[in-house]
Ligand binder design. Structure first.
Ligand SMILES: *[C@@H]1O[C@H](CO)[C@@H](O)[C@H](O)[C@H]1NC(C)=O
Ligand SMILES: *[C@@H]1O[C@H](CO)[C@@H](O)[C@H](O)[C@H]1NC(C)=O
Ligand SMILES: *[C@@H]1O[C@H](CO)[C@@H](O)[C@H](O)[C@H]1NC(C)=O
Ligand SMILES: *[C@@H]1O[C@H](CO)[C@@H](O)[C@H](O)[C@H]1NC(C)=O
Ligand SMILES: *[C@@H]1O[C@H](CO)[C@@H](O)[C@H](O)[C@H]1NC(C)=O
Ligand SMILES: *[C@@H]1O[C@H](CO)[C@@H](O)[C@H](O)[C@H]1NC(C)=O
Ligand SMILES: *[C@@H]1O[C@H](CO)[C@@H](O)[C@H](O)[C@H]1NC(C)=O
Length: 423
């Protein structure tokens, strides 16, 4: 009912502005599509979550694999890497295992790849704290980009109230973003889920990562809920949750505070749903960057429904480089509240985060069918809405509905280059 009214009111607007009838039909088709596409949320029954008491009792039918049994010291000082690897091999190789990282203890673990495939119904129960060695110069160069990586998993649950802590402060200080005389090098990601499907992550806290906090890469059907990500607002490139090459990903009830994007969604990702997201501090919720170094970037079907952004440097952002190709299509941002956000609504097709400046080019990632609906709150920038679109590849079908952003002094403006749409 509400949707129909909304569409009707838009017809009204389009009629008044004298848009030809043919155009109304295509816009309405697009509107309906934007309104209706959805990604199912937490389906409660397919993977049952287990409480500690139920699986430790013998009757649960679970095989408990405790890292302590494999010699982990859990004192935060001794190297527990080998114990984790041994426990992983045991748990992975046995059906219905629960790999337990017990609470109240701290485990120092080096960069490690935990590879699947595993036997069925593996649960990784993290109740304690896992910390990374804090010295970049001792980091195994084989693992430049990862700390804890889990790959080739199918139907695995990560859960618990535990903490994954990247001990990143020395990495941040060594970043070229912090000091221009430092070389620009990549740093590890605290938690990576790679080439997996049917993965659930719930309850965990991921913090102080060396670089990105949590990456979901080349995976299908991943559900992340009640996860907290926390890194300082000035820690460089510490994206909260980064989604690349992945489909059917749901992020729900996540609280993210970090030094880069709270969520970033990049190439070859589609059917991404974010629901009830808190973001701040950070650089906002981003699609991109895409198209760097003349590359192809494709992101489709993204929904953000219900978010609160506080004091972030951007709000809802789509960022692409000049010279790229591919497209961003079918995105709906709805029910977002902002407080003291800079650049609340931003499409930037001139994005450049390279050490050398980026030239304007004729090719660009095409951006179309983007809806902003029920976006309210306060902006720190004069330009509450900025659509900086490429001259040769304009943005099309941008829909604004019920957007109400106020500046500190009440006055805000919108900037538009090469963008077409209605609202
Ligand atoms: C962990 O890394 C340290 C160097 O920081 C190394 O001495 C140690 O052997 C590594 N532990 C394992 C189990 O690989
Ligand atoms: C940046 O790094 C250089 C070389 O390591 C050092 O001399 C300088 O003091 C650093 N600057 C800051 C602001 O930390
Ligand atoms: C983008 O994803 C496509 C499809 O997976 C892949 O072929 C292409 O190499 C990716 N581009 C970049 C820049 O990674
Ligand atoms: C990207 O393509 C443009 C136009 O063909 C070319 O001038 C530029 O050097 C290319 N950039 C890179 C990084 O390959
Ligand atoms: C850009 O792409 C070229 C060719 O694909 C590659 O050789 C070069 O390393 C890339 N540069 C960057 C900065 O990724
Ligand atoms: C608009 O979004 C806010 C959350 O940001 C929500 O509380 C409110 O109910 C929404 N309004 C409508 C009409 O959906
Ligand atoms: C690139 O194009 C945009 C839009 O026309 C323009 O505002 C900007 O100044 C150009 N940048 C450069 C480096 O030429």
């Amino acid at each position: 009912m509400m949707d129909k009214l909304f569409i009707l009111s838009l017809i009204g607007i389009l009629m008044v502005s004298g848009v030809v009838a043919k155009m109304v039909y295509t816009d309405l088709d697009i509107l309906e599509k934007l309104e209706n596409f959805d990604i199912p949320e937490d389906d409660d029954d397919d993977t049952k979550l287990f409480d500690l008491p139920s699986f430790t009792s013998r009757s649960s039918g679970k095989n408990l694999v405790n890292v302590d049994t494999f010699g982990a010291a859990g004192d935060g000082v001794s190297d527990d890497t080998q114990a984790f690897v041994s426990a992983w091999n045991k748990a992975c190789g046995m059906p219905k295992s629960v790999l337990l990282v017990p609470q109240g203890r701290t485990y120092l673990v080096n960069a490690t790849k935990f590879n699947g495939p595993c036997e069925t119904k593996l649960v990784i129960q993290i109740d304690g704290k896992i910390v990374a060695p804090d010295e970049p110069s001792n980091w195994d160069p084989k693992f430049q980009r990862i700390w804890l990586e889990f790959s080739k998993l199918k139907g695995v649950v990560f859960q618990g109230n535990g903490v994954i802590d990247g001990s990143g402060s020395k990495w941040w200080a060594a970043s070229c973003k912090k000091n221009k005389s430092n070389p620009c090098k990549s740093a590890p990601t605290a938690l990576t889920i790679e080439s997996s499907s049917g993965v659930k992550v719930t309850g965990l806290t991921i913090q102080n990562s060396q670089q990105m906090n949590f990456i979901i890469a080349r995976s299908n059907s991943v559900r992340v809920s009640n996860v907290m990500v926390s890194s300082p607002g000035d820690s460089p490139n510490t994206d909260g949750i980064h989604i690349t090459g992945s489909t059917n990903v749901v992020l729900q009830d996540c609280k993210i505070g970090t030094g880069d994007d709270c969520v970033s969604i990049v190439n070859a990702s589609s059917n991404i749903k974010m629901k009830k997201i808190y973001c701040g501090p950070g650089h906002g919720i981003s699609i991109g960057s895409l198209g760097n170094n003349n590359s192809t970037g494709i992101v489709t079907n993204v929904v953000l429904d219900t978010a609160f952004l506080k004091e972030t440097t951007n709000g809802l952002r789509i960022k692409t480089y000049q010279g790229g190709s591919g497209y961003v299509q079918d995105v709906r941002f709805t029910n977002v509240q902002m407080q003291d956000v800079s650049n609340p609504i931003l499409i930037d097709q001139f994005y450049c985060d390279n050490p050398t400046s980026c030239q304007n080019q004729t090719s660009a990632v095409k951006i179309s069918q983007i809806m902003y609906r029920n976006i309210t709150g306060t902006t720190k920038s004069e330009k509450a809405i900025k659509f900086a679109c490429s001259d040769s590849v304009p943005c099309s079908h941008i829909v604004l509905n019920n957007v109400n952003l106020e500046g500190r002094d009440g006055q805000v403006e919108a900037y538009c280059n090469s963008a077409e749409g209605f609202g």
